[in-house]
Design a protein around this ligand. Structure first.
Ligand SMILES: Cc1cc2nc3c(=O)[nH]c(=O)nc-3n(C[C@H](O)[C@H](O)[C@H](O)COP(=O)(O)OP(=O)(O)OC[C@H]3O[C@@H](n4cnc5c(N)ncnc54)[C@H](O)[C@@H]3O)c2cc1C
Length: 379
């Protein structure tokens, strides 16, 4: 290896890709990101940033920026779908801050993405670059794009999401499992509720074979978000922009409590997203190429931990690469996998069960994780 720093490309400028670029920059390691989208858009979705995720965002330097406009809920409530009976009223707000040292935040996904984008120099992101080929040999890793360009790097980090083409190259093409379920979701102005006062600032309503999560995504409670999960075996499109039928959605939740029906009655349009997951992979890396985030541990959204775990990956990966890590990148990537896989496997399995927080739960093992200081395996 030459004495100059190895070159590193990142595939995918989603939550994980932007975060790992920002974390590596903090350690003086520059990267170039290749993203298929021609530009970023603020798509209607909320996201929960639990303390383990917020700890990453504070370390990157965007935590306070996010906290200024996002919603810091006083509680996370869990209710039976029809009676509204409270099964778990979990305190957040100051309780979460006192316990974990950072807040629990509910926010617009687009605002999270924008905050992370702000931590990465614009000139290091190459838009409209859809990866179609990857080849590794002794002299480096070549990435080929749909637009005809080809580039060569010493190492590649693939944060290219649940349908990762880099995963397919590494392990052979194999579809992620469709769970037979789908998530409807949208964010809309709270003024559309026409004065209806919800019981909760944030709640999950648990039905026999479906649920809905409803929360505010702005500090001044002027934007409401919901996301559902219900059986629908025939729809398998996973896209943030596929639209759903509001009336079908209302019918699917017609047995739910007034609060739920009021929210669904007030929303005017909705997106739908097929829910996929994967079993833990046999490996996350091959030589100088590693996977991270949904590319290697996609999970159901039921614990709200997919992005949080991509953020944790970003920190741990940057810690493995700093210092001596750059001198032996394959070992650094193996160390990253060894450090992270036990946790992501446990979160995947827990999320799959969809029971987290339904009844009184101690979430410390999830929220208490500190990616900046967690002990790493020896190099
Ligand atoms: C309905 C729903 C609600 C959720 N709510 C939460 C929540 O509250 N909290 C939470 O922590 N997580 C949540 N998640 C999970 C979270 O959205 C994902 O886990 C997270 O986005 C994963 O980050 P990532 O960087 O791995 O992938 P992504 O954010 O999906 O980014 C992948 C990027 O790669 C790009 N890409 C893909 N293919 C190519 C290619 N061939 N060439 C170039 N670029 C490519 C994509 O355009 C994209 O920008 C939710 C998910 C769903 C479906």
């Amino acid at each position: 290896m030459s004495t100059s720093q190895p070159t590193i490309a990142i595939v995918g400028a989603g939550i994980g890709g932007l975060a790992v670029s920002a974390c590596l920059r903090k350690r003086g390691i520059e990267t170039t990101i290749y993203e298929q989208a021609p530009a970023f858009a603020r798509i209607g979705a909320g996201i929960q940033m639990s303390p383990n995720a917020m700890r990453v965002l504070y370390g990157i330097g965007v935590g306070e920026f996010i906290r200024r406009t996002a919603f810091e809920p006083p509680h996370w409530r869990n209710r039976d779908y029809d009676t509204g009976n409270l099964t778990n009223d979990h305190p957040l707000g100051p309780d979460a801050f006192d316990r974990y040292g950072v807040p629990y935040i509910l926010m617009h996904r687009g605002d999270l993405h924008a905050a992370l984008h702000g931590a990465v120099p614009e000139e290091t992101i190459c838009y409209a670059h859809t990866l179609v080929g990857i080849d590794q040999n002794d002299s480096g890793v070549t990435l080929s794009f749909e637009n005809g360009e080809a580039v060569k790097y010493d190492a590649v980090i693939a944060s290219d999401g649940v349908h990762s083409p880099v995963r397919d190259w590494m392990l052979g093409a194999e579809d992620a499992h469709f769970t037979g379920r789908l998530a409807y979701r949208t964010a809309f102005p709270a003024s559309q509720m026409n004065g209806y006062k919800l019981m909760d600032d944030s709640a999950k309503w648990w039905g026999p074979d479906r649920h809905i999560v409803i929360y505010y995504v702005t500090r001044n409670r002027d934007e409401i978000y919901f996301t559902t999960s219900q059986p629908e075996p025939d729809f398998q499109v996973e896209s943030w922009s596929a639209t759903g039928d509001v009336n079908e959605l209302r019918d699917a939740f017609s047995e739910f409590h007034d609060d739920v029906r009021s929210v669904l009655g007030a929303c005017q349009a909705v997106h739908k997203w097929a829910i996929f997951e994967r079993d833990p992979l046999p490996t996350w890396n091959d030589g100088n190429v590693t996977l991270m985030g949904d590319a290697c541990h996609p999970m159901t959204p039921y614990m709200a931990q997919g992005a949080a775990n991509a953020l944790e990956d970003a920190v741990v990966l940057s810690r493995c690469l700093e210092g001596g890590g750059l001198e032996d990148i394959p070992s650094a990537f193996q160390r990253f996998e060894a450090a992270r896989k036990p946790r992501t496997t446990k979160v995947q399995a827990t999320s799959h069960k969809n029971e987290f927080m339904r009844e009184k739960t101690d979430p410390d093992w999830v929220y208490g994780y500190d990616a900046w200081s967690v002990e790493l395996p020896s190099p």
